[in-house]
Write a protein that binds this ligand. Structure first.
Ligand SMILES: C[S@@+](CC[C@H](N)C(=O)[O-])C[C@H]1O[C@@H](n2cnc3c(N)ncnc32)[C@H](O)[C@@H]1O
Length: 201
């Protein structure tokens, strides 16, 4: 798979989902790590960007969040499910010129798993995240690193430069490798770990 030439993410991803393509499943070590940083939802809002099959969105609801899964293609399996109870789905391109109609500075948790490498304008995306995240909220990013992948798959991972851009603005940065996936817990002032910066991985 290559990320080059994804001019129309809805069509690109729609074709992959429709052809039966599936992605690395959510693992127990990943969800345990996420629970450690995110804590119980207590009905606060969470947003899962690029929710795909909805496994992570449903997991967030299981932690007690009011979870919205957002995906750019209606062919994503989660978007074919009905929104019920604490799980809602929404079809929108997070990079669209118009931001999705979601509450601003309101989400205690924003997750994005296996998506960040595909974001075309990362600075604009990160500024959109900041607009959606509540003060002290957690931004959880799961992605492979390009250097851990075979050269013909490197574009589905992020570079060291991408990592610097992603992590440098946050007060708290934790990075943990789970297999070939790197999990980032990012938070600004106001959270439990605010001010205690670590960059271990
Ligand atoms: C590799 S899949 C990962 C799906 C899921 N997060 C997972 O961990 O299994 C990437 C997902 O992100 C969605 N996506 C990619 N670019 C997007 C964008 N700009 N806005 C919203 N969703 C996007 C795709 O439609 C696809 O469902």
């Amino acid at each position: 798979m290559t990320t080059e030439g994804i001019d129309n993410p809805a069509a690109y991803w729609g074709e992959l989902w429709t052809s039966g393509r599936r992605y690395t499943r959510l693992s127990a070590p990943e969800t345990a790590l996420l629970s450690q940083y995110a804590g119980p939802g207590r009905e606060r809002l969470a947003l899962d960007i690029g929710c795909g099959d909805g496994a992570l969105t449903r997991h967030l609801a299981g932690l007690g969040y009011q979870a919205t899964g957002l995906d750019c293609t209606p062919a994503a399996p989660a978007l074919t499910e009905r929104s019920t109870g604490p799980v809602r789905y929404h079809c929108a391109d997070i990079e669209a010129q118009q931001p999705p109609p979601l509450p601003q500075r309101a989400h205690a948790l924003i997750t994005t798993r296996l998506v960040y490498a595909f974001i075309k304008d990362k600075p604009a995306f990160l500024s959109r995240i900041r607009g959606l995240l509540a003060p002290g909220g957690l931004f959880w990013v799961v992605t492979p690193m390009a250097r851990s992948l075979p050269p013909n798959h490197a574009s589905i991972g992020i570079t060291g430069e991408d990592e610097e851009l992603l992590t440098s603005p946050w007060a708290m940065v934790r990075a943990t490798d789970v297999g070939i996936l790197r999990c980032y817990a990012l938070r600004d002032g106001g959270g439990d770990d605010a001010g205690k910066e670590t960059r271990g991985h």
